[in-house]
Design a protein around this ligand. Structure first.
Ligand code: ATP
Ligand code: MG
Length: 650
């Protein structure tokens, strides 16, 4: 064997011991020399290594299941090839497979079996959610560690071993004991197929043997399709009714009659663990009637030709036919008798119906309704309501019904008790702290805690723009899963705009009152003899515009210069003169302004409206200056510059 010749794969995995062998592979304990850890290595049997198509499927499936991480799933670490050898590296489980455990101990204690079931159901739930159906659930693929943790191995690998490999490889046929009817007849396989196989595993745990045995694989496959578990004979009396119910529901022939998901199964296991009575009664009693059903012709028609040729089902059909014909006459007689009797009973009931009649109702669909509403409606017709379990469920509002028994549409009558699972809302979670976190990070933080964003508000704050200022409910309080957390996001520092008042012409005192929302910046003084002293001449910010509150505004204030010359040079002689000029005669009256200019100052010395008609067009204006002074005069007529003149005072 190639496997034994090598001690090291790809210079990385050092083979230590052989652990076991299965239909398509050998399993070794090995050491990964890079990560220095113990691993299990599954090496394909050489006959598979040469089958290209199988190899590709094997690798793909191994890789697909490598994505699954769950405490109850054997982790796949690596898929590799060393020359001719193809191998999968996986988590090493120090313990024993469930098949060997059952072989060693016989039937297991039912509560232990239930615990193993729950762990496997959890693994399946995880795989099914990821779209992976195991297809080969059997005790050999369930590894039980020393501390009783169940781990499911070989996820998806079975997909590579399609029906062709069943007949080709002797050992793989072992799986047929756990095949679902649809697997046995080559039908459509889905997650409920894994649940069927798990049902067979449960049967084996409870009884120490598999339910359907036979001398050929075909024989066994047919039994999965056609035969029923005899609960009264095969299952020990000490097994609680609810566990039998569980087994019953798992091993239904029709996929739609089984648990529809591993999650449903986990729920029921938890009910049993919590000593909650399950409602299998109705279905469980039914199995007798179903057991009497003859072989389903349709299923038989679907059985692969290859299986039929083995002849087993033909024999069976013959047997059942024979039985039928020998009883034929008796049956006709019986049916006639039953007919006469039931007609008489019906007539009797009809004639006294008012005395005994119990009104039948149809169970409404109460899912997602309030418990209160359901109770009111049911009590009104004399039906009792019992809360079976209160569960956390974020998808159903608090005090609303998650599910009901019996289901909607089933008959119910007065005096009957119906049961509800009621939501306690989402599971309690601790609110994380959002304050000082950025808005972008909030989504992830909330998601990790199973919470949602609530109402988002924006406010000005000294915290940087986009950070959370406050939240409701507060951090570290307990709330329901899925609760919306409201929070306020900082818009950064507040910028308040104020309107700049127009203060030109106002006194500085008034300006101080008007400018409370702005600040007064630099004050300059200038002289404008045309304006009153002390008034504002100019403002640096234009009136009417909006600026940020607190902004500084510079002002220019009118201040008359002291005429120092007068004080300083009192001895200087004042000389009087006149400026004379002719006014334009277009209008009756003209406005005349004369400005005296000396150095940088400008004073209006004359401002009058003159009636030309009365006073004539020639005008003389008195001017004065110190001896030796030279002054310039500008003349404005009707606000238009008219001319200028210079006067020397001598
Ligand atoms: P089949 O080939 O039909 O799946 P099988 O499951 O018995 O049958 P393998 O999957 O090859 O065959 O496994 C052989 C045995 O090796 C298992 O029954 C189990 O006891 C052991 N084994 C498999 N994987 C591991 C593991 N990861 N850790 C420890 N032991 C393992
Ligand atoms: Mg296996």
């Amino acid at each position: 064997m190639i496997q034994f010749m090598k001690k090291m794969f790809n210079d990385r995995y050092e083979i230590l011991d052989k652990i076991g062998d299965g239909g398509m592979a050998f399993v070794y304990k090995a050491r990964c020399t890079i990560l220095n850890r113990i691993v299990a290595i599954k090496v394909l049997r050489p006959e598979f290594s040469n089958d290209e198509e199988f190899l590709l499927k094997f690798k793909n499936e191994a890789l697909a299941s490598a994505g699954l991480t769950h405490p109850n799933i054997v982790n796949i670490y690596d898929v590799g090839q060393d020359e001719e050898i193809n191998y999968i590296v996986m988590e090493y489980v120090d313990g024993m497979n469930l098949k060997d455990l059952i072989k060693k101990k016989g039937a297991l204690d039912y509560s232990y079996a239930l615990d193993i079931m729950k762990q496997i159901a959890m693994a399946l739930n995880q795989a099914h959610k990821n779209g992976i159906v195991h297809r080969d659930i059997k005790p050999h693929n369930i590894l039980i560690s020393e501390d009783n943790v169940a781990k499911v191995a070989d996820f998806g690998i079975a997909k590579a071993t399609t029906s062709s490999t069943i007949t080709v490889v002797g050992n793989v046929i072992g799986s047929v004991h756990y095949f679902s009817p649809e697997q046995a007849r080559g039908g459509y396989i889905d997650k409920t197929s894994d649940l069927y196989s798990l049902g067979i595993v449960l049967y084996e745990m409870l009884t120490g043997k598999v339910p359907f045995r036979g001398d050929t694989p075909v024989n066994i496959a047919l039994k999965h399709i056609n035969e029923y578990i005899d609960f009264e004979k095969d299952i020990p009396d000490n097994i609680p009714k609810d566990i039998k119910g569980l087994l019953y529901k798992l091993t239904q022939k029709k996929q739609s009659d089984r648990y529809q998901s591993a999650y449903e199964l986990i729920n029921d296991i938890e009910y049993i663990e919590n000593n909650v009575e399950l409602d299998f009664e109705q279905e469980y009693d039914n199995y007798h009637t179903q057991k009497l059903n003859s072989l389903n012709e349709e299923l038989k028609a679907n059985i692969p030709k290859q299986l039929k040729e083995e002849g087993v089902n033909t024999n069976m059909r013959k047997k059942s036919k024979k039985k039928n014909s020998s009883k034929k006459k008796m049956t006709i007689l019986g049916v006639l008798l039953a007919l006469v009797m039931s007609l008489s009973i019906a007539y009797l009931i009809y004639s006294i119906k008012d005395l005994f009649i119990v009104q039948n109702y149809e169970m409404p669909d109460f899912e997602n309704n309030t418990l209160e509403d359901a109770t009111t409606r049911l009590e009104a017709i004399g039906v009792d309501v019992r809360i079976r379990k209160e569960l956390y469920d974020s998808s159903v509002e608090k005090n609303h019904i998650i599910n009901q028994t019996p289901s909607a549409g089933s008959p119910i009558k007065k005096g009957q008790t119906v049961k509800f699972d009621v939501s306690k809302g989402g599971e309690p979670v601790t609110v994380p702290n959002l304050v000082r976190k950025t808005l972008e990070s909030v989504e992830n933080i909330l998601k990790e805690s199973d919470l949602k964003e609530g109402v988002i508000d924006y406010e000005f704050s000294s915290l940087p723009e986009g950070t959370i200022i406050s939240q409701k409910p507060r951090a570290f309080t307990e709330v329901e899963q899925g609760t919306g957390i409201d929070f306020i996001v900082s818009k950064g520092e507040e910028v308040k705009l104020v309107k700049v008042p127009n203060i030109v012409g106002k006194t500085l005192e008034d300006a101080r009152v008007l400018l409370v929302e702005l600040g007064i910046g630099k004050i300059k003084y200038e002289e404008d003899k045309d304006k009153k002293e002390g008034v504002i001449l100019r403002q640096s910010l234009k009136g009417g515009q909006h600026v940020e509150e607190g902004k500084k505004i510079d002002l220019t204030v009118n201040e008359y210069e002291e005429e120092e010359e007068v004080v300083e040079e009192p001895s200087k002689k004042i000389i009087e003169k006149q400026i004379s000029f002719e006014l334009p005669q277009e209008d009756e009256t003209v406005e005349v302004v004369i400005k005296e200019k000396e150095k940088n100052t400008s004073n209006t010395i004359y401002n009058k409206t003159i009636n030309i008609k009365e006073l004539g067009s020639m005008i003389s204006v008195p001017i004065e200056g110190y001896e030796g002074q030279t002054k310039e005069y500008e003349i404005y007529v009707n606000d238009v510059f008219y001319g200028k003149t210079t006067a020397e005072f001598k």
